[in-house]
Design a binder for this molecule. Structure first.
Ligand SMILES: NC(=O)c1ccc[n+]([C@@H]2O[C@H](COP(=O)([O-])OP(=O)(O)OC[C@H]3O[C@@H](n4cnc5c(N)ncnc54)[C@H](O)[C@@H]3O)[C@@H](O)[C@H]2O)c1
Length: 427
């Protein structure tokens, strides 16, 4: 099939490469010529493991093309995927301006009938809105919702091995046609009404965020009663009705999706006169989790003025360079505000973090360089490489001997045996 993808961010580029891998002819559109030039050369414009290999393979196979020419791409296609960002507005609702711009561009450029598929995460009713914008063009359009569930850092695997594919359409036949694009993927396939598909995406992210806030609340109780949250999580996670995933206590969720999607769902419900109390608590707990951790550091170090603190990790999670809504960034800022000097290292997110952190922040070439002469060390991203550091060497390099592990990443017994004073979450 012939497909256009509008937007080449985490979702757009992975979808373009993934759909080409499934055998389709794909034109991916970005407005920036420099980015298109890089992609045409087989170079990634952000870090995502395994994506470069498949990108180059499908460029070589001539199944994947990159262009700034919106009209040419769209008129060469039967399906157009909208994969642009939908960031939060000040009131928590999703900013649909990029989606509307793209719908307007399709309305202007299309010279044929098309199926337009929304892969961006959008509020219920956006399909109808896009349909309305497209009406000004005389051709026939079907507007379908096909939410994306990939995880950054594992995006290629997730796209090609999804737990399920959801397609929401106003006509079953159109839904099935869009589903046929994924015929090669053997998984659960759900064709629903368009509004249902739009809501499934928000409900999925809100549920996962709720699990995280729940285990963080349990962690806070654990600290008060002397229990161990990891063992509690294991103990409840072995129950098949609960399952062990997303029960990791820490400094709360971040990233480009959970925070904005939870806020957006709360706002969508509110705009329809429904007070989604549970989500209010989920957000409050998540914000509190970062603050609790910062307070723990401040309490132990008494004063942060003139203290050197090593912060390992800046990305919102491991295996990505994405720092959107990253707890690590908030922690660096809060510690600097309290007078500490921060030396930091992240395997992939240094360039993105440099754009948002202050000039005072010292970016180091390695975790060891960040640890040198530090009074305390903070783990803020769960990069497995941090667990594998030579902690005896870290101890030698540091001035102090305190570790604050915001991700419960390290083996407590091991680091304590080395003489570290170890603080984690819920233990
Ligand atoms: N990142 C994730 O893990 C993830 C997972 C599932 C769903 N989503 C959803 O998918 C959507 C995209 O997320 P993302 O992380 O890929 O965002 P992103 O910020 O990485 O990428 C957005 C892309 O849209 C492009 N764009 C914006 N306006 C455009 C226009 N008018 N014409 C052409 N391109 C335009 C940008 O240049 C960029 O390439 C969001 O709604 C997000 O909530 C994201």
């Amino acid at each position: 099939m012939k497909i256009s993808i509008i937007g080449t961010g985490y979702v757009g580029l992975v979808s373009a490469v993934g759909l080409a891998e499934l055998g389709h002819q794909v034109w991916a559109v970005n407005r920036t010529p420099e980015k298109i030039a890089k992609l045409q050369q087989g170079e990634l414009i952000f870090f995502e493991p395994g994506l470069d290999k498949l990108l180059r393979k499908n460029l070589k196979n001539k199944r994947l093309y990159f262009t700034t020419d919106f009209a040419a791409a769209v008129n060469n296609s039967d399906f157009v995927f909208i994969c642009v960002g939908t960031p939060p507005k000040a009131d928590g609702s999703a900013d649909l301006s990029a989606v509307k711009v793209v719908a307007g561009q399709i309305a202007q450029a299309a010279r044929k009938n098309l199926i337009v598929i929304n892969k961006s995460t959008v509020p219920v009713g956006t399909g109808r809105l896009v349909e309305k914008i497209l009406k000004s063009n005389g051709h026939k359009f079907e507007v379908v919702s096909c939410p994306e569930f990939l995880r950054e850092g594992r995006a290629v695997y997730d796209f090609l091995n999804p737990d399920r594919i959801v397609v929401g359409a106003t006509k079953q036949a159109v839904g099935r046609k869009v589903m046929s694009l994924f015929a090669k993927l053997k998984t659960h396939k759900l064709v629903t009404a368009r509004e249902t598909a739009e809501l499934i995406k928000y409900a999925a992210n809100a549920f996962l965020a709720t699990k995280i806030s729940f285990i963080n609340e349990i962690a806070n109780v654990c600290e008060k009663v002397g229990a161990n949250v990891e063992q509690v999580a294991q103990g409840i996670g072995l129950d098949k009705r609960i399952n062990p995933y997303f029960l990791k206590a820490g400094i709360g969720y971040g990233g480009s999706c959970f925070p904005k999607d939870v806020k957006a769902l709360k706002q969508i419900a509110g705009s329809m006169g429904y007070d989604f109390k549970l989500l209010k608590a989920v957000i409050e707990v998540n914000n509190g989790q970062r603050q609790n951790f910062i307070n723990k550091i401040k309490k132990e170090l008494v004063s942060l003025a003139y203290k050197n603190i090593a912060v390992l990790g800046l990305a919102f999670k491991d295996n990505t360079d994405d720092i959107r809504e990253s707890a690590a960034i908030d922690i660096v800022r809060a510690l600097e505000k309290a007078g500490a000097t921060i030396k930091t290292y992240d395997p992939e997110a240094m360039a993105t973090a440099k754009r948002v952190l202050s000039r005072k922040t010292v970016f180091c070439d390695s975790a060891y360089a960040a640890a040198a002469k530090a009074d305390a060390l903070v783990i803020a991203t769960e990069w497995p490489a941090f667990a594998g550091l030579n902690w005896a060497k870290v101890k030698q390099l540091m001035k102090g001997k305190i570790i604050f592990d915001g991700k419960n990443l390290l083996d407590q017994a091991k680091v304590e045996k080395l003489g570290f004073k170890y603080f984690s979450v819920g233990k």
